[in-house]
Write a protein that binds this ligand. Structure first.
Ligand SMILES: [Zn+2]
Length: 344
């Protein structure tokens, strides 16, 4: 069910919009928000529970009203049936009946008689089986008679309807209903109004329940998407921390470099401690003897001024690896560095 919802572009957009709000939230704030979303789901679930109780109450009320309606209708009908003959007798009236009943019955008898007669003429030896054999032609004849008398029949029906209507009018004019009858009639007239009001309330309750159900679905989807949001926030915060740490390191390294240059400046002689070829310290660069990416610190003990050429070769190599790669004397360099107060 939910998948169908998320594939609906309107709903997908709606959720996207709601997610926008959390875009710049920190990890901690997202955690707090997640808890509040879970609380909201609980609130909506409670709402649904209460709505269900109300819907049930209303349904019970409706079935009570329907039972009441049946009871009242029965009472009214019974009183009518009971009193009708008395009223008719009083005003000397007879309930109209089908005047063509005679013809109606006669056409069946006629059909059967003719059929038996024909069968008898056709096979006199078959008697008394002719009676059974006559049923088939009789049905056919009745069908023909009905077709022939169709107009007369409908005319009779109309006449009967009109007469019955007049009769009923006269009966009700002279009808003396009981108080209960009058009360029930009044109540029955009010019922459609009550029913339509119930229907309205029910519709409102159903809509509210639907809204809550939808909100729960959305909240659940948001919580699912919170996994991504939290991960992103976490990564962002981590990389921000790393960036801060690195800038701190850079500042540290810069300070040490300045100190190193100061100490070299006071001397009247400098050469690159690694290659011993370059003697101009103006282009000198500060090297971490033990590389930063291997945990080397920006301290006076771990940093030394070297020529830019050596610096571009050494990059992230340890001193031993650098010497090996460029065929320098590691032992000599180590001794020299130690003498200068460096850690090797
Ligand atoms: Zn050098």
């Amino acid at each position: 069910m939910s998948k169908r919802y998320w594939n609906n572009p309107t709903i997908a957009n709606y959720i996207k919009k709601r997610l926008q709000k959390y875009k710049d939230y920190t990890y901690q704030r997202l955690l707090a928000e997640e808890t509040s979303l879970l609380k909201k789901i609980k609130i909506e679930l409670n709402k649904i529970r209460e709505l269900n109780i109300e819907i049930k109450k209303l349904s019970n009320k409706e079935s009570t009203e329907q039972a009441e309606e049946r009871k009242m209708k029965d009472f009214i009908w019974n009183e009518k049936v009971e009193k009708e003959p008395l009223v008719a007798q009083k005003i000397n009236l007879q309930r109209p009946s089908r005047s063509y009943d005679g013809i109606f019955k006669l056409r069946y008898l006629l059909a059967l008689g003719i059929s038996i007669f024909i069968i008898y003429l056709w096979a006199p030896d078959a008697w008394p089986f002719s009676l059974i054999l006559a049923i088939g032609p009789a049905i056919l004849l009745i069908f023909l008679f009905n077709l022939m008398l169709e107009n007369a029949d409908s005319h009779e029906e109309e006449k009967l309807y009109e007469e019955t209507k007049k009769y009923n009018e006269k009966i009700s004019q002279n009808f003396n209903p009981s108080q209960k009858f009058i009360n029930y009639k009044k109540k029955l007239e009010e019922l459609p109004n009550i029913y339509s009001k119930n229907k309205e309330i029910k519709k409102k309750l159903y809509n509210e329940r639907k809204d809550s159900e939808f909100e729960i679905l959305v909240l659940k989807k948001l919580i699912i998407d919170f996994k991504n949001l939290k991960r992103n926030a976490n990564e962002k915060e981590k990389s921000a921390k790393i960036a801060a740490l690195e800038s701190e390191k850079r500042i540290g390294a810069q300070t040490v470099k300045e100190k190193l240059i100061k100490s070299v400046k006071t001397k009247d002689y400098w050469d690159c401690p690694y290659c011993e070829k370059n003697k101009d310290f103006k282009n000198a660069q500060a090297d971490h003897i033990h590389p930063v990416n291997k945990g080397g610190l920006s301290t006076m003990q771990n940093m030394i001024l070297i020529c830019s050429e050596c610096n571009s070769k050494k990059t992230n190599l340890t001193l031993r690896a650098f010497c090996k790669k460029f065929k320098l004397n590691y032992e000599n360099i180590s001794i020299k560095l130690e003498k200068a107060g460096k850690d090797v």
